[in-house]
Design a protein around this ligand. Structure first.
Ligand code: ZN
Length: 443
């Protein structure tokens, strides 16, 4: 679409506030605003709707099926996914990134930036980190859990990577759960013949997360490095972030949509195995503490941790062999809008959490994350009026199951634009072309 496009009559959510104005789009960019609605061009009618910056999902796992995951994202108003690499055994982090970039190119419906998982933390070298930087990586991820998958970094490794990140200018994302204690709790449950699915969650209690968050903050402080805490779920973790910030530390906080919408009571039901995720769903008290932190600015980003495929551990006859992880990229923004507005969050705050802060934290702002003259015209036209019920079969991820099945949502997405191009029009994907780009530049 090369001519001038006018998004007419919507309430436009900008960093400065909500404005009733037309938006002019020229080529891939927002050209400007026209409050009087007088300019000509191809017109999209947004009367009665809000126009939001295209969603940026700061935590996704799409590799393996980029086409389905990004198509699903587009239907949910997410126009940029920050996606983790998936290094194979023995594959270096830079090589996994190069392979991921090849997989994204030509298959993505939305824009995708790749963040590098350090899959074998004991083997990461200075040369690998330098290579990642040359490849244009903006963030890398370490795990303090999953020793059984070889992913768990030692405290020394965490310190060294954080220390190096300052020099290289990338941000370190940390999965904070104490993997050693989890392994001991798992062994303890199994020794007592507690094999049911709920024990997956009960082996990962809030204390193992709080401890790992506290430790990560202390190590980041020692390394003089900013740090990004992925999928926080506990009141104790939130308190530790507030204390670190009060102490002058740069600590970024991510919460996932499932930890805001679902709670641990689901583990008491017969369908517990459908709700397994790491970290697990938490008690109501923790969920409400997360919402307070979302409202008061402690939380920076709300992500999906979308798994295009549930992680499949080796089969066993107890909870350690059960698949876990959720698909959530399509419903992240609609759920946040519906539940956030019901709870009294401003739509401006919702735009910050879903787009602006992810772009700022991960170096994509102001090209992405806000509706500003000169920004990419990644736009979502959201109608607050319709009510609808989630049906897993109507989602576009091809998975056929959703932890949100049966929920009623307020508001639905009418149009989605990626860099000025209409990609979703009233529930239909427009055109056949895959217009998404990999934001990691080609070598
Ligand atoms: Zn994840």
């Amino acid at each position: 679409m090369s001519g001038r496009l006018i998004i007419r009559g919507g309430r436009v959510v900008t960093p400065g506030g909500v404005r009733r104005t037309d938006i002019e789009v020229s080529g891939e960019r927002v050209a400007g605003f026209d409050p009087r609605g007088s300019r000509d061009g191809e017109v999209i009618d947004a009367r009665g709707c809000y126009v939001l910056p295209g969603g940026i999902d700061s935590h996704t796992h799409l590799l393996g099926d980029v086409a389905s995951g990004t198509r699903s994202a587009a239907f949910g108003g997410t126009t940029t996914a920050l996606c983790f690499t998936n290094p194979r055994p023995g594959e270096s982090a830079p090589n996994a990134l190069i392979r991921g970039r090849r997989e994204v190119e030509g298959r993505a419906v939305i824009d995708v930036d790749l963040h590098a998982i350090i899959g074998e933390p004991g083997r990461i070298s200075t040369a690998d980190l330098e290579h990642l930087k040359r490849l244009g990586v903006r963030a890398i991820k370490l795990f303090l859990a999953f020793p059984e998958q070889g992913l768990m970094a030692t405290d020394g490794c965490l310190y060294e990577v954080l220390h190096a990140s300052v020099r290289h200018g990338f941000l370190v994302k940390v999965h904070c759960e104490n993997g050693g204690v989890i392994a001991a709790l798992v062994a303890d449950h199994l020794a007592r013949r507690r094999k049911g699915p709920a024990y997956f969650a009960y082996s990962r209690p809030p204390d193992v997360e709080d401890e790992a968050i506290g430790r990560t903050l202390a190590i980041a402080h020692l390394a003089h490095a900013p740090v990004y805490l992925t999928h926080m779920t506990t009141a104790g973790g939130i308190e530790r972030v507030r204390a670190a910030r009060a102490n002058g530390q740069m600590a970024y906080s991510e919460v996932c949509i499932h930890h805001l919408l679902l709670d641990a009571s689901l583990y008491r039901g017969r369908r517990a195995s459908r709700f397994l995720v790491a970290p697990p769903l938490r008690s109501r008290e923790n969920v409400e503490a997360l919402w307070s932190a979302v409202a008061d600015g402690t939380v920076d980003t709300i992500a999906s941790d979308h798994s295009q495929m549930r992680y499949q551990p080796p089969l066993t006859n107890d909870f350690t062999g059960l698949p876990y992880g959720f698909a959530g990229i399509e419903l992240r923004l609609p759920l946040l809008l519906s539940e956030g507005m019901r709870r009294g969050l401003s739509i401006r705050r919702i735009a910050q959490l879903s787009a602006t802060r992810p772009a700022q934290v991960f170096g994509l702002y102001p090209r992405k994350g806000a509706i500003l003259a000169g920004s990419d015209a990644d736009l979502v036209v959201w109608d607050p009026r319709p009510r609808w019920e989630v049906k897993a079969s109507a989602l576009h991820d091809g998975i056929g199951a959703s932890p949100y099945s049966g929920m009623t949502l307020q508001g639905s997405i009418r149009y989605v634009f990626l860099r000025g191009r209409l990609v979703v029009d009233d529930g239909e994907l427009v055109g056949s072309s895959l217009s998404g780009r990999c934001l990691i530049p080609a070598a």
